[in-house]
Design a binder for this molecule. Structure first.
Ligand code: HEC
Ligand code: HEC
Length: 234
């Protein structure tokens, strides 16, 4: 309890400092202000954009491609209301800070890397399965399908309430079918048509990944062989 209060105070204090930092030289571009908040609040202690930052939470280089602004806003408002066991703290952001951060995050569509500097395209990474595993992690498949594709992350208004596990796709897909599925994306069906549609969609990865990259991540998924994956914090 005491720890919780201390943590809450710490983030409230941080948020106040960040507001100061972001206001020093007023800029009209909200995504530039968002980047200042991102740095001032210490988001980079847990998150990378490009190759800079901590690796505790998901890499955010493609976050604006994979997550829509509406969901990002909800997440930043209260991460635990979406996923109660998440270790991402609630920063108690002001509306101004949250709006700026959403603008910054939404603008992250992969441009922090060139196609050649994407980590999985470095020649020393290893075979296609190893490269596919790195892509799964750094492009952020992991942010929806969890470590090793084990699934279990929430979605609203879908059957079962979760984003699917990928650990058994080797049983149901050929490699070509799998590549097509990843490339084309999917808009999940609403479990209850009278409720708001699911906020999380399977992105059309063919818009940002080359055929060679899609083939790498398909090789990785087919190698999972039903393994449940490691236990980890997120
Ligand atoms: C203590 C580490 C930590 C800090 C600090 C942190 N995050 Fe996170 N964040 C996480 C983790 C871990 C996840 C993965 C969520 C989960 O699995 O529950 C996450 C998830 C996210 C997501 C969703 C990612 C995706 O790829 O879909 C966004 C966006 C995000 N954080 C933004 C931020 C911002 C902005 C800040 C600073 C205001 C921040 N985070 C600070 C740990 C952190
Ligand atoms: C923003 C969240 C999100 C991200 C990021 C994401 N997916 Fe998905 N994915 C989904 C959702 C939601 C579905 C389920 C769609 C449906 O209702 O059929 C899905 C479905 C799939 C399926 C079909 C599973 C099945 O059982 O038929 C595959 C394969 C897949 N994703 C692979 C990937 C790969 C590979 C990546 C990274 C390149 C990725 N996904 C990134 C949300 C995501």
């Amino acid at each position: 309890m005491g720890g919780f209060i201390m943590r809450t105070l710490k983030f409230a204090w941080l948020a106040a400092l960040a507001a100061l930092a972001a206001c020093q030289k007023p800029v009209s571009d909200p995504s530039v202000r968002g980047e200042r908040y991102f740095n001032a609040l210490g988001c980079a202690q847990c998150h990378q954009v490009g190759d800079k930052g901590g690796i505790y939470g998901p890499n955010l280089t493609f976050v604006g491609f994979r997550k829509n602004p509406q969901w990002l806003d909800l997440w930043l408002k209260d991460p635990h209301s979406w996923r109660k066991e998440t270790v991402m703290p609630n920063f108690n952001l002001t509306e101004e800070a949250r709006t700026a951060l959403v603008a910054y995050l939404s603008a992250q569509k992969g441009q922090a890397w060139t196609p050649e500097s994407r980590p999985w395209n470095h020649p020393t990474v290893g075979d296609s399965v190893k490269r596919g595993e790195l892509l799964f992690d750094k492009a952020g498949c992991v942010a929806c399908h969890a470590q090793k594709g084990r699934g279990g992350y929430p979605n609203n208004n879908v059957m079962g309430g979760q984003i699917p596990s990928l650990s058994r796709v080797f049983e149901t897909y050929t490699k070509d079918e799998l590549i097509k599925r990843i490339s084309g994306g999917v808009i999940p069906e609403s479990a209850d048509p009278s409720q708001p549609p699911p906020m999380i969609q399977m992105p059309k990865w063919g818009d940002v990944l080359s055929p060679a990259e899609l083939s790498l991540v398909a090789d990785y998924l087919l190698s999972l062989g039903g393994s449940a994956g490691n236990k980890s914090d997120w």
